[in-house]
Design a protein around this ligand. Sequence first.
Ligand code: F6P
Length: 539
Amino acid sequence: MSDPTLTPAWQTLTLAGASIAPIRELIDQNRSEFRSNLGEIEVDFTRQRIDASVWNTLKELVVERKVADRRDQMCAGVHVNQTEDRAVLHSALRLPRDSQLVVDGVDIVEAVHSVLERMSVLAERVRNGDWRGFTGKRIESVVNIGIGGSDLGPAMAHQALRAFTQPNIAFFFVSNVDPADLVETLKRCNPETTLFIIASKTFTTAETMSNAQQARDWVHKAVTSQDLEPVVSRHFVALSTNEREVSNFGIDAANMFEFWDWVGGRYSMESAIGLSTMIAIGPRQFGELLNGFRQADVNFQNEPWETNIAMQMGALAVWNRDFLGINTTAVLPYAQYLERFPAYLQQLTMESNGKNVRSDGESVSYDTGAIYWGEAGTNGQHSFYQLLHQGTNTVSCDIIVVARARHDLGDQQDMLVANALAQASVLSLGMDASEVADSGVPAELVPHKVMPGNRPVTVIMCPELNPFVLGMLVALYENCVFVQGAIWGINSFDQWGVELGKQVAMGISEAFELPSLAANFDQSTAASINRYLNLRDQG
Ligand code: F6P
């Protein structure tokens, strides 16, 4: 995990970053090598600020950083997450039944598929009404209680695949410990017909356990004559790696769907954590989702640089971050169904690559993970695009287009895609002062209307949005995140940075119970604790 800045490719790229032409000077050259296909998804890098020489040097960087070797180690089960001494095998979640992978003495494929089969049985029973609540009624609401990776993937997939979803079941996702989240959800549910999925890898996450306990109390209150235990077994299932805590909560092993410590939370949406997705779209379509993941993996694991889209996309992200100084990427899906995709990617990218220490423990002397955020187009255009176009920060943009709409509503789909392509053009090319003046703009307004352009854009064009395409898209980003981390030499699979806040929150909670403990904190925190207690107790 040596320093990437010492490689010849890094040094060449540093010089190239200082002298590369603006995108508008590059765009009309032959750039077909910057456009690739992943199945039916076209990934178009032609609006990136790159030329053939940069492209070739990025390829060299990937070789010099041994990214392919690291990828192979990861997929073979080497403990590449060395700070937690764990394998990283989300790629095994989508291996077909007839493949073979034994890691640490465990037949991984057998383990994965036996859980998938149990999930399928439950999903079908809920979908066809065979699974009944404590008063004998069929399930009408499914509430996934989880946070982070135990929420964002399933919530995103539910929104993305609404068109494929069982219509007579409502799906809800409760993540926040803010009581408003659970209370507002429960207002829309009936305890007799609600199935709670408690999703937590560790089964110790404070927010999730608190929401799960409140949900259990809510069901309990509705029960007049039965024991809680049989009621819990009809209304609660668990998705976790922690059988002991699941059982302590009162959920039977038969209602626990297992995954493993080699599946990171943010890489878990197609593991047992996908149970709500499977209930929503059915086991067959869930299988298509897995096939999509697999297709992207096959490309990532087998193709050379020229056709390896995740390698290219990951290396380009490093180019933008370290050599063009771009510290943020906007993810702009021109598809309402992908509204939650930016939020999902925030955890995937930033929890993975927001690191300032390399795997060898040395501090980095270069930039790592960019800030990812975004919003569905065209809503974002009427909100923050002003800054994208004329602000003083350069933001690189991933514009995601879905060509075939699921709904035929006048010319709306054409309007949507026209906007996507217009933004890709304007962001990358801009309009200079003479062009603005030539278009008849009064001289005093010209500076206000100049569009700097030169914002690197990737256009990802999907044929339509279905489970297979969604699987490809998610796995493409997962693999792209890996490539970035491998080039930077960081561990993309731990998340120590989130721990301290959890510990301090526990201490503050104790001070809410025993206010004298506020004095143990710094003055600002102590004052805030006291102010909160005053306001809380006035209510
Ligand atoms: O605190 C961060 C985190 O550990 C994420 O990595 C994870 O996805 C989330 O919390 C939820 O964890 P769990 O699934 O164990 O409840």
